[in-house]
Design a protein around this ligand. Structure first.
Ligand code: IMP
Ligand code: MG
Length: 192
C-alpha cells in the first residue's frame, strides 16, 4: 500500500496510548482552571481547542474524543512547509483565527514542533485577545531544531531530526492518512 515508507518511528498502538495519557493531563489542567474561575466543566463556551490545520487534524480528532467536557473547536491554518519543502519557510496564517477568545481557556494543538515558528506565531496572535489561559500541545517534538524559544505544555513523543509523515503529517500533501508515524525512503526526500 505504501511502498515509499522506509520505517516506522511510532506505532499506532504507541500513539493511542500516548493520546489517552495526554488527554488525562489536559482534563486535569482544564478542570483546575475552571475551578479557579468558579466555573464547572459544564459551563458553556469556556474551553476552545484550536487545531493547527492541516497537520493536526488526525491527532485532534483522536484527542478531543478523549476529553469528556463541553468544548468548542476553532480551526486555524498555518503554512510553513509549502509543497516539497522539508525545512520551515517561515510560518504565516492561511486563515483567520477565531475572534472570540477573550476570557476563554485555550488549548492550541499541532502535529509537530520543529523550528517553533508556527506555535510562536499563533501564540502571539491569541494572546492579543486576552484568553483566561493558553496552553499548547504537540504530538511530536523535534527538539534539536528550535530557532524560536517556545514552551509547550503537552508533548506526545520526542523524535530525532528526521522528516516524518503519517498521523496527519504530510510530504507534499500526501501520507497524512498513514496510521503510524514513519520516515520515507531517503531517495524521496530532497536533501535539506
Ligand atoms: P515549525 O514552525 O518549524 O515548528 O514547524 C511546524 C510545522 O511544520 C508543523 O505544523 C508541520 O506542519 C510542519 N513540519 C515540521 N516537521 C515536519 C515533518 O517532519 N514532517 C511533516 N511536516 C513537518
Ligand atoms: Mg503544520
Amino acid at each position: 500500500m505504501f511502498p515509499e515508507i522506509d520505517r516506522i518511528l511510532v506505532t499506532r498502538e504507541q500513539i493511542a496510548q500516548r493520546v489517552q495519557a495526554m488527554a488525562g493531563e489536559i482534563v486535569r489542567d482544564l478542570k483546575a482552571d475552571l475551578a479557579k474561575d468558579g466555573h464547572t466543566e459544564l459551563d458553556e463556551d469556556r474551553i476552545v481547542i484550536i487545531p493547527i490545520m492541516t497537520g493536526a487534524m488526525i491527532f485532534v480528532a483522536d484527542l478531543v474524543r478523549e476529553l469528556p467536557m463541553k468544548l468548542s473547536l476553532g480551526l486555524v491554518a498555518v503554512s510553513s512547509y509549502p509543497g516539497e519543502s522539508v525545512t520551515s519557510k517561515g510560518a504565516h496564517l492561511a486563515s483567520e483565527l477565531p475572534e472570540d477568545l477573550e476570557g476563554k481557556h485555550i488549548i492550541v494543538l499541532d502535529d509537530i514542533l520543529d523550528s517553533g515558528q508556527t506555535l510562536a506565531t499563533v501564540k502571539g496572535l491569541i494572546e492579543e485577545q486576552h484568553p483566561a489561559s493558553l496552553r499548547m500541545g504537540v504530538m511530536l517534538d523535534k527538539k534539536t531544531n528550535r530557532t524560536v524559544d517556545v514552551h509547550v505544555d503537552y508533548v506526545g513523543f520526542e523524535i530525532p531530526d528526521e522528516f516524518v509523515v503519517g498521523y496527519g503529517l504530510d510530504f507534499n500533501g500526501y501520507y497524512r492518512n498513514y496510521p503510524e508515524i514513519a520516515v520515507l525512503k531517503p531517495d524521496l526526500i530532497p536533501s535539506r
